[in-house]
Design a protein around this ligand. Structure first.
Ligand code: NOJ
Ligand code: NOJ
Ligand code: CA
Ligand code: CA
Length: 706
């Protein structure tokens, strides 16, 4: 569309060109309305390392020492045209994939890292308003989005707002000195950071949350997100990609950024063009982190479910844990995560060893896939898992896609269960009940309304006879959805609901299901789960009927913007910021379930750094802030924001914290001190008062009022 049209061209040819441009525009915008950008619960994500998937255009490959066909640290040629081609060939559709997560699409550094590394993975940004030319240009990107949408598939982009690229304080010639550009115009670089865009606090030793946020992650030039130029630049950049039609965002390294700033980012996205946004907060094997749960519940963003990923790996890959541990994780996470169905599950990814160890046997990968695709959460398949790719660590776990064979057993399993997931809403929206369990066997039921899916897995060496099992499946005989791919059989249930005794063989998985949409209104999902008055929110579920009814946010009627039997959109009413239950009432006055914890924000969110000096405390006591709005905890010390930090940017007895606060709203607040038994000491004197600007960021310095 950017080419010049030669002046000599005949008018008729010109007309045809203009007409076809116009038609292609219509095509894209129509297609992009088809996909639901905020509800992923019935989706199956396929994670692609763009450079490693398929080379659809050798002409865009880098030359010289950036490119190799054997060195996994170099670019290998994969691009957006390659992905587009595989969509057109039907590789994903038969697999049942409904969302593609691609590498960060933005321009990355060109310089070689001293160890010979390139930025093939896309995590070393240089200019967020340009494309990585080795993946393609904007026309190629538009084509990818258009073709994906026309095939009912969403596109998720990776995004790194934590850092630019590798840099060293004292050596400007190291890679590209972290330099960051705004559409070709240099903003700043690491060793000559006149704009104060970066942190200069050395590298993190991971000793605390604060240390990991305000210091560099490895040698990556860490952003000072309170910098107004940078805040604006990153938010403008994400608008550019939203305008391009992306349907979801995976945010890199969220554990290493202030939650306050990330809340302002999510709010910016949700106010501009809401899309499903999920962060990467890495957890190691056995690691459970309340801060991770808090983040998922309060930030407005979901998380990659590392607890799930690590647990299924310890049951089926390393064998350290059993199904008893796995079920405990399922139970605990259903309490710890408010929206457990929005967390993004996986069995492996580009930062850990591939699930499939070697090709002597595939059974454990296959069982893991069956469990993944029938569990709560949004399942993600790492590219090549269906081709049994192996690889211990990075970059061995990012080998090129070896082939596109649709006949592997893993491909068949994914295909059957992905399609089930799209048809039977129990897998997307349902809760999980354990029906029968021991160390080797896990039988669990997912249920939403009258939709039921039962999965039985035996990963032990012996067969088990299953007796006295009860399920919600009504009497009848149910055939195995996997059609015996993993040795499964049919299940028969008596008229009185009792399951007939059956044998679950060693290494066997069966899946039984009943799809039955009920006519009762039932909410399965709401997204996003926070927003200020006027923001658009989407409800999905069943039985809403086609005539418009009512959406209640607490007691308040919301303005409906669209209504159908399984999807409603409404705008957040002008009510006080707080948490509310949401309920649908059909036109014939039948009420749905209550969907709890929707957060009404006071206004659009701005990241403000609150600094308080001379706040002396006893050991174990920490400083928090509490104030007069939902965002500041509504004067409830249990909801106060913090604990504040006091080591990196400022040192004790000065404390600081970056908090998302409503723009242009008169705030009243106090700092408080809380000890580990929750005893509270309030600042004395009058409240602090402050009104945040309409955009940008701010810093407020105060002294503790004794
Ligand atoms: C986590 C990503 O998944 C990893 O691959 C990357 O190197 C780091 N974040 C830094 O961006
Ligand atoms: C964090 C707070 O804990 C939460 O209650 C608040 O709603 C969000 N910030 C958004 O402002
Ligand atoms: Ca290429
Ligand atoms: Ca950081």
């Amino acid at each position: 569309m950017h080419e010049k049209i030669p002046l000599t061209m005949k008018p008729i040819a010109l007309m045809i060109i203009i007409l076809s441009m116009f038609l292609s525009l219509i095509d894209e915008s129509e297609a992009s309305e088809n996909v639901n950008k905020v509800d992923y619960s019935q989706d199956i994500i396929y994670q692609i390392v763009t450079d490693r998937f398929y080379d659809g255009d050798p002409s865009n490959n880098p030359s010289g020492n950036l490119y190799s066909q054997t060195d996994l640290h170099k670019y290998m040629g994969g691009d957006w045209k390659g992905i587009t081609q595989k969509i057109q060939e039907g590789y994903f559709q038969e697999l049942g994939i409904t969302a593609l997560w691609i590498s960060q699409p933005v321009e990355n550094v060109y310089a070689l890292h001293p160890e010979g590394y390139t930025s093939y993975h896309g995590y070393w940004a240089r200019d967020y308003k340009k494309t990585n030319p080795f993946y393609g240009d904007f026309d190629d990107f538009d084509e990818l989005i258009g073709v994906a949408h026309n095939n009912g598939m969403k596109v998720i982009m990776d995004f790194t707002p934590n850092h630019s690229s590798p840099a060293l304080e004292t050596d400007p010639s190291y890679v590209e000195n972290g330099a960051i550009y705004d559409n070709g115009h240099l903003l700043s670089d690491y060793s000559n950071d006149t704009l104060d865009i970066f942190h200069h606090n050395g590298g993190t030793d991971f000793s605390s949350y604060e240390d990991g946020i305000y210091k560099n992650l490895y040698d990556l030039a860490d952003y000072n997100l309170q910098n107004e130029t940078l805040d604006l630049y990153l938010k403008e950049s994400i608008e550019l990609w939203l305008d391009k039609g992306i349907d979801g965002i995976r945010v890199d390294a969220v554990k290493h950024m202030p939650q306050g700033w990330l809340e302002s980012l999510v709010n910016h996205i949700n106010s501009y063009q809401p899309v499903f946004t999920f962060g990467e907060w890495f957890l190691g094997h056995g690691e459970i982190d309340p801060k991770n749960h808090f983040f998922a519940n309060e930030s407005g963003m979901s998380l990659l479910d590392f607890q799930y990923g690590q647990e299924i790996r310890s049951v089926l890959k390393s064998g350290e844990n059993t199904w008893l541990d796995f079920h405990e994780m399922i139970e605990q996470t259903s309490v710890n995560y408010r929206e457990v169905i929005d967390q993004v599950t996986f069995i492996d990814n580009h930062d850990m060893s591939r699930f499939n160890l070697d090709n002597s046997t595939h059974i454990n990968s296959e069982m893991a896939l069956a469990v993944l695709l029938t569990s709560r959460g949004v399942p993600t398949i790492y590219y090549g898992t269906e081709q049994y790719l192996t690889g211990e660590s990075d970059p061995e776990n990012r080998k090129p896609m070896p082939n596109f064979d649709k006949t592997t057993k893993a491909y068949q399993i994914i295909s059957k269960l992905s399609h089930l997931r799209q048809n039977n809403s129990a897998l997307g929206y349902g809760d999980t009940t354990e029906l029968w369990i021991n160390e080797d066997v896990y039988i669990y039921e997912r249920k939403f309304g009258n939709n039921v899916v039962v999965t039985a897995v035996n990963s032990g060496d012996t067969d088990y006879t299953i007796t006295n099992m009860e399920t919600s499946l009504p009497g009848g005989t149910y055939s195995d959805v996997l059609e015996g791919l993993l040795g499964g059989n049919s299940l028969s249930i008596n008229e009185n609901g009792a399951v007939n005794e059956f044998v679950l063989g060693s290494n066997e998985v069966s899946v039984w299901e009943k799809t039955e949409t009920s006519s009762e209104p039932k909410i399965g999902h709401i997204g996003p789960m926070s927003g200020q008055p006027g923001n658009e929110i989407t409800i999905n579920g069943e039985g809403f009927k086609n005539d418009e009814g009512i959406v209640l946010v607490g007691e308040n009627h919301a303005t409906i913007t669209s209504w159908s039997d399984n999807e409603i959109t409404f705008s957040v009413p002008e009510i006080l910021g707080d948490h509310y239950d949401i309920k649908v009432v059909t036109a014939n006055e039948v009420e749905s379930n209550n969907y709890p914890d929707f957060e009404v924000l006071t206004n659009k969110l701005i990241s403000v750094r609150f600094v308080v000096e001379q706040a002396n405390t006893n050991y174990g006591t920490e400083v928090y802030l509490v104030g007069n709005t939902q965002e500041l905890g509504n004067w409830d010390p249990d909801k106060a924001i913090g604990p504040f930090f006091n080591q990196v940017l400022y040192e004790y007895p000065t404390w600081y914290y970056d908090i998302s606060v409503p723009a242009e709203h008169p705030l009243e607040y106090k700092f408080i001190k809380k000890d580990n038994e929750n005893n509270v000491i309030w600042e004395s004197g009058t409240n602090h008062s402050y009104t945040a600007p309409s955009q940008g960021t701010d810093t407020i310095m105060s002294t503790w009022r004794n």
